[in-house]
Design a protein around this ligand. Structure first.
Ligand code: UT7
Length: 377
């Protein structure tokens, strides 16, 4: 039996704190005029001290599960696309898995720069089509404000924080993720990177002083790469799905720069209204940008049942990814029965209680049965 991976739930989280271009012009030598003209960005969201990649992922995932009316205990796979994980390890996906009470889910992070979400969507949909999993949660989440150099005007004006998530479910009805193109060219790795904190340049006082824990980018070269690859990947994704540009209802591109998006739209000869843009309010949120844009496109009525969407991104690696999606959920979605909302809430509460109880138990065991000192000689 042929299986298809359908998007059945979606959710996003954006921190409440807004940082405008005028705010930035108080911090570095820039202006609202320059930022809007060169990027299209007007403002971006910045995570509070309490908000992290995991907390935003969890919020977006809960919303996606609510829309899908899905039981978190039945999720089989969780992938978080991110370049700003909660820690180097454990993965952010494992923290999400624990917080959701998704006890039977495999969980891992995926690092593919701003293409991370579409990469994860491609991998998860292949796993579902192969019959390995029934339900997957695919998340893109970033706290870029923590790695941006707030004294570097070339980069700090571009980025923002946020998270987006979708629930994918197996179905025998044709539709869902129809194709995915995943690509990489590691020769461009130096164009966009976080040099420090890994095995090449471990964290030292010098690495901190030398700014190696900040994002570094050659904006012009990334720009050139982006304008070409967005067009090529979109065409390839449609071709792989046996569709043409005439079949495309809406392009949801990575929200890096309005000029890049407009150049791609020109290259694809797309009519006005066929490209979704929300970067004016969020800036570039890397892996989170496409799922956040998808959520807003759905919520604002830009997506209808049976529409053909292409999600396309590019980013650090260098990487690129595009997926063709046939939208199969009738909109607006029905309100789930109250008892199922209550069951989900109980799962989240129980997951939190379990986590606290387990750590208290370990604390007690260590005090009751302290490890015996090593006997030498
Ligand atoms: O998610 C993937 C990650 N990255 C991207 O997608 C980024 C792709 N690149 C870009 O979006 C654009 O290259 C930027 C927005 C980063 C820069 O735009 P640009 O039109 O390529 O500007 P530029 O780098 O060529 O800089 C032009 C001038 C320079 O001054 P000089 O050397 O001509 O005197 C910069 O120093 O603009 C200056 N500049 C600024 N001026 C005011 C650079 N940043 C700023 C700024 N405010 N924030």
């Amino acid at each position: 039996m042929t299986l298809y991976a359908h998007i059945v739930g979606w959710g996003k989280f954006a921190p409440a704190k807004v940082l405008t271009n005028d705010d930035l012009s108080q911090m570095v030598d820039t202006s609202d005029e320059w930022i809007q003209a060169r990027t299209g960005i007007r403002e971006r969201r910045i995570a509070s001290e309490q908000e992290t990649t995991a907390s935003m992922s969890i919020a977006a995932a809960r919303e996606a599960l609510r829309v899908a009316d899905a039981d978190p205990a039945k999720v089989d796979l969780i992938i978080v696309g991110t370049v700003t994980p909660e820690h180097l390890f454990p993965s952010t996906a494992c923290l999400v898995q624990d917080a959701l009470g998704a006890r039977q889910a495999a969980a891992f992070d995926l690092s593919a720069g701003c293409s991370g979400f579409v990469y994860a969507l491609g991998i998860a949909s292949h796993a579902i089509e192969a019959g390995a999993y029934e339900m997957a949660l695919v998340i893109g989440a970033e706290t870029l404000s923590r790695i941006v150099d707030w004294t570097d005007r070339r980069t700090c004006v571009l980025f923002g924080d946020g998270a987006g998530a979708v629930v994918l479910r197996a179905s025998k009805h044709p539709g869902g993720v129809l194709s995915s193109i995943l690509g990489a060219d590691g020769s461009g790795g130096e164009l966009l990177m976080l040099p420090g904190g890994g095995s090449r340049f471990p964290s030292t006082p010098e690495s901190v002083l030398n700014g190696m824990h900040h994002l570094h980018m050659d904006g012009r070269r990334v720009y050139r790469f982006a304008t070409k690859i967005m067009v090529r990947a979109t065409r390839q994704a449609l071709e792989q799905a046996n569709l043409s540009l005439q079949d495309l209802s809406l392009l949801i591109p990575h929200q890096a720069n309005q000029r890049i998006i407009e150049s791609a739209a020109r290259g694809l000869k797309l009519e006005d209204g066929k490209v979704f843009i929300n970067l004016d309010r969020y800036g570039n949120t890397s892996s989170a940008s496409i799922p956040m844009a998808l959520c807003e496109a759905v919520e604002s009525g830009h997506v209808k049942r049976d529409d053909t969407l292409v999600l396309v991104g590019f980013g650090a690696g260098l990487t690129w990814a595009a997926a063709t999606v046939r939208w199969s959920v009738p909109l607006p979605v029905a309100t789930p029965p109250r008892w199922r909302v209550a069951v989900r809430w109980a799962r989240y509460r129980w997951a939190a209680i379990r986590r606290r109880a387990l750590s208290a138990l370990w604390w007690l065991i260590e005090r009751l049965f302290p490890p015996k000192p090593d006997r030498k000689g």
